[in-house]
Design a protein around this ligand. Structure first.
Ligand code: WQD
Length: 296
C-alpha cells in the first residue's frame, strides 16, 4: 500500500523503523524531513489478542497516537489520515452500516480505535488548522498485483484470507469454518472485503481531500456488499484452481453474523469507490501466495 501511495502521490518512500512511543526518534524525524501530512497505520490489530492484553493495546495504539500528535503539533504538521476500523461499530443493528450508526465496540482493539477517533476530534477542536481523515476499514484483503507484496502473518493466521491461501498452497491442512448456523444466505459469516489496492486509493483520495478542504472527515472504506465464508472459499478455488478442504466448527467468540458498509459518504466526499471484486482479490492473493509459499 505504501508503494502505491507513493506512486500515486509522488511522495518519496523511505523506510525508517521507528516506535511511535520513542518521542526522541519521532521528533528527530519530523525535524529533519519536510512532512506535509502523516498517514497513520501503526497499531496492533488482533481482536483476540486485544482481549487478552488490553493494556498493551491501549498503550500501543492510543499512547502511540498521542505521542505522534504531540510531535506533529511541535513541528507544525497538521494533516493526518488515520487507519480506523469497522470494529468501532460492534454488532451492527442495521445493514449496510452508515457512519452515524451507534458506536459500540466490543473489544479493546475496537475501543482503542474509537478512543483515537475521539482524540482526533478533540485535537481538531483545539487547533482549527489541524484536520484529519479517519478511515473505517472493513475487511482489507488482497495483495499487490505484481505478486511481490502480500500478507504474511506471523504464526497461524487469524484472518480468513491468509488462512485460506495457506491451505490452498499446502501449508495448512484445512480451513475451520467458524459457524454455519448464522442467519445468512448459507449460514456462514458475511463480511465486506475490500482490496488493499482500493484501500490505498482511498488513502490518496483522503490526502487529496485534506489538502483541498479545511475540515476533517470520518468515513467507511468498504465495498458496500458482503461475501460469506463459503462464497470467499469458492472464489479462492476459482482463482487458484486448488480445492480448499473445510471443517465446520463452532462459532468464534466475538464474531458477528454479518457486517458490510454503506460506502456512500466516501463516494460523495472523497470521490472514492471500491473497484475490485472478490475474484480480483483472490487472484492477487493467490499470485503472491503461490510465488511465496513460505512467506517472505
Ligand atoms: C472473517 C470471517 C470468521 C478465519 C477482523 C478484525 C477487524 C479487521 C478485519 C482490522 C468471519 C470467518 C475466519 C477462519 C473462519 N481488522 N473465519 N475461519 O473477524 O471480520 O475482522 O479482521 O481492522 O478488526 O476483527 O475478519 O478474516 O478474522 O473473519 O471461518 O479461520 O471469516 O468467522 O466470519 P473479521 P476475519
Amino acid at each position: 500500500m505504501l508503494e502505491r501511495l507513493c506512486a500515486l502521490t509522488g511522495a518519496e518512500i523511505r523506510f525508517e523503523p521507528l516506535d511511535l512511543r520513542n518521542r526522541e526518534a519521532l521528533e528527530a524525524l519530523l525535524a529533519e524531513a519536510r512532512v506535509d501530512a502523516v498517514v497513520h497505520f501503526a497499531g496492533l490489530k488482533a481482536v483476540g489478542e486485544s482481549v487478552e492484553k488490553p493494556l498493551l493495546y491501549y498503550e500501543n495504539n492510543v499512547g502511540g497516537t498521542i505521542a505522534l500528535l504531540q510531535a506533529m503539533a511541535a513541528h507544525g504538521v497538521r494533516s493526518l489520515v488515520f487507519s480506523s476500523s469497522a470494529t468501532v461499530y460492534g454488532d451492527p443493528e442495521r445493514l449496510p452500516i452508515p457512519e452515524d450508526h451507534a458506536l459500540r465496540p466490543t473489544n479493546p482493539y475496537g475501543k482503542s480505535k474509537l478512543m483515537i477517533e475521539h482524540l482526533l476530534a478533540d485535537h481538531a477542536a483545539s487547533d482549527p488548522a489541524f484536520r484529519y481523515a479517519a478511515l473505517r476499514y472493513f475487511n482489507p484483503i488482497g495483495a499487490h498485483p505484481s505478486g511481490r507484496i502480500g500478507e504474511d502473518p506471523r504464526g497461524i493466521p487469524n484472518n480468513l484470507l491468509p488462512f485460506v491461501a495457506q491451505v490452498a498452497v499446502g501449508k495448512l491442512p484445512a480451513l475451520k469454518v467458524f459457524g454455519n448456523d448464522y442467519a445468512t444466505s448459507d449460514g456462514t459469516g458475511v463480511r465486506d472485503y475490500i482490496h488493499v489496492m482500493d484501500l490505498a486509493r482511498g488513502h490518496v483520495a483522503a490526502l487529496d481531500y485534506l489538502s483541498r478542504k479545511k475540515h476533517s472527515i470520518t468515513c467507511n472504506l468498504g465495498a458496500g456488499r458482503g461475501y460469506s465464508v463459503l462464497e470467499v472459499v469458492k472464489a479462492f478455488e476459482r482463482a487458484s484452481g486448488r480445492k480448499v478442504p473445510l471443517e465446520f466448527a463452532a462459532r468464534r467468540a466475538g464474531d458477528v453474523a454479518a457486517s458490510y458498509a454503506d460506502p456512500s459518504l466516501a463516494a460523495a466526499r472523497l470521490g472514492w469507490k471500491a473497484a475490485l471484486d472478490i475474484d480480483a482479490m483472490c487472484r492477487d492473493v493467490w499470485r503472491w501466495q503461490s510465488q511465496n509459499p513460505h512467506g517472505y
